[in-house]
Design a protein around this ligand. Structure first.
Ligand code: ATP
Length: 490
């Protein structure tokens, strides 16, 4: 593989060819930055979701419950949360090509080219200057930075830029049939994050679940953002899914919980067998309007280190805002005794630590890590394979059952194996083509175990398991097969 851009393109093609991801409404030439998950992709995505959900709720050391809030929310939600006024990205247009860029992406792209040309120092300095200017919302300064560095538009090749403006990322629509499009009162938004569905339900869950602080509420769901530069496959989409958890804590304890969740979330990634050197933290210089500390967990995608998950200390901003806008109390009565005063902590608006990961970005991380091209050539034969080395628990198909031939009672044995195993994990049956071809196809889908039924199986009730990564084969008794696979996929 010549470079990672090639690898990224190879992954995109592989995803399409093997039924993981298709461009949305492809017969109409697709819709920019919107994708559909195919038969393999939907399984992989669901397995990632299930793994997150189970570790964040059922298996967590903390008390965390899950909800599923609606995508549409009362429009005031987004005024209270600050999204109507603040959910903007600074953008700039090139006057010659009319192409619009997000200012940070334009500058980062140029910094990447500098780094590739060996100008690491200049690249780092440019990013530092950019972050300082963004932190001050200094748009004139940012434009000057673009001009001084002679950053060009990729389409026109010129530096003929407009001034920098803010662009709101929320999609809106209207409720009801008689409403005119410009009727602000009936405007509803497609949620740009799932978090607000948790905040507005904070008291419902706390009261009905008799939850005691500290506790968490988790949710998986769709979010929508009208991204200005929507490219890079499923890394940045206009419709995507988030897996978020809001952890409600006593004010003053946020530093310690923030550090704890930072560490816990990185451990979660590693628990999937993802290599540590592919991860790093990036602390935010410019904090969002609601945060007193924030960092990203970045992953090294084939397109470089980029944000995969955000950990945010959101203070009491959201609950306080909802209290103010809804005129409903968003308070919690804490009857634990404060050692400093000897009295209960009493009423307060809880502080919140949020962990927020993009499901699609996690999918991209998993498939980028799994995608491997192997040269298997020997002295007398050229050979290679593409294999997706998914963690077994995430693999879309866990076991393929392959009778060596279509006759002699072998398919019947294979069908019996499938009937026994399919209530427990996803199986796949294939009798067409040579066994070698069938193995390769399963490698390309990331199936960790191929079970071959041959003539010996009829005599001694054994089958061969062929392991995807090592390609080694082992004969095992038929009556142990299900247990062996079950042990390997937990
Ligand atoms: P970015 O800086 O990349 O735009 P963000 O900081 O705006 O991301 P958050 O608001 O913190 O992202 O959202 C939490 C997570 O949701 C991100 O870490 C990312 O994994 C995911 N996410 C955000 N925007 C998108 C998108 N357009 N497409 C896919 N996933 C996204």
């Amino acid at each position: 593989m010549a470079n990672d851009t090639n690898k990224f393109q190879a992954i995109i093609s592989h995803c399409k060819e093997y039924g993981f991801i298709f461009p949305s409404s492809e017969i109409y030439d697709g819709l920019q930055a919107v994708y559909d998950y195919g038969q393999m992709g939907a399984e992989l995505k669901k397995n990632i979701k299930d793994y997150w959900w189970k570790s964040m709720t059922q298996l967590s050391d903390e008390n965390i419950v899950g909800i599923d809030a609606a995508i549409f929310m009362h429009p005031t939600t987004w005024k209270a949360s600050g999204h109507v006024d603040n959910f903007n990205d600074p953008m700039i247009d090139n006057k010659d090509s009319n192409k619009r860029y997000r200012v940070d992406h334009l500058i980062e792209g140029f910094a990447d080219t500098l780094a590739t040309d060996g100008k690491e120092k200049e690249s780092n300095e440019l990013i530092t200057s950019m972050e300082a200017l963004i932190a001050k919302d200094d748009f004139a300064g940012l434009k000057k930075l673009i001009e001084e560095n002679k950053i060009k538009c990729a389409v026109s090749g010129t530096c003929n830029w407009t001034d920098i403006r803010q662009f709101n990322l929320m999609f809106s629509t209207e409720f009801g049939s008689t409403v005119s499009a410009d009727d602000e009162d009936n405007k509803v938004y497609l949620r740009p994050e799932t978090a607000q569905g948790i905040f507005v339900n904070f008291l419902n869950v706390q009261k009905t679940g008799r939850m005691k602080i500290p506790f968490g509420i988790a949710q998986i769901g769709k979010a929508f953002r009208n991204e200005i530069v929507a490219r890079q496959f499923i890394f940045r989409m206009r419709e995507f899914e988030q897996m978020e958890m809001q952890f409600f804590i006593r004010p003053g304890t946020q530093k310690e919980w923030y550090e704890k969740w930072k560490a816990t979330r990185l451990e979660w990634h590693k628990s999937l067998g993802m290599p540590s050197q592919k991860y790093r933290y990036h602390d935010h210089v410019k904090l969002a309007h609601y945060a007193d500390a924030a960092c990203d967990i970045e992953f090294e995608f084939p397109i470089g280190f980029k944000e995969l998950e955000g950990i945010h200390s959101r203070t009491d901003f959201d609950l306080k805002q909802h209290q103010e806008y809804s005129k409903k109390k968003m308070q919690y009565f804490d009857n634990d005794v404060d050692p400093a005063t000897g009295k209960p902590f009493g009423n307060y608006i809880p502080y919140v630590i949020e962990t927020s990961i993009g499901l699609d970005r996690m999918f991209l991380a998993v498939i980028s890590q799994a995608y491997t091209e192997e040269d298997l050539s020997t002295e007398d034969k050229k050979d290679d394979r593409v294999v997706l080395k998914f963690p077994a628990k995430l693999a879309p198909i866990k076991m393929a059952v392959l009778p060596l031939t279509k006759k002699d009672g072998l398919p019947e044995i294979a069908e019996k194996i499938i009937a026994e195993c399919k209530p427990h994990f996803r199986c796949f049956y294939e009798e067409k083509d040579s066994i070698g071809k069938r193995y390769r196809r399963m490698d390309a889908l990331g199936t960790p175990f191929c079970v071959t039924v041959d003539h010996q199986s009829k005599e001694d009730n054994t089958v061969t398991i062929r392991f995807r990564d090592s390609m080694e084969q082992e004969r095992v008794p038929l009556n142990r097969l299900k247990e062996i696979i079950l042990e390997a996929i937990v």
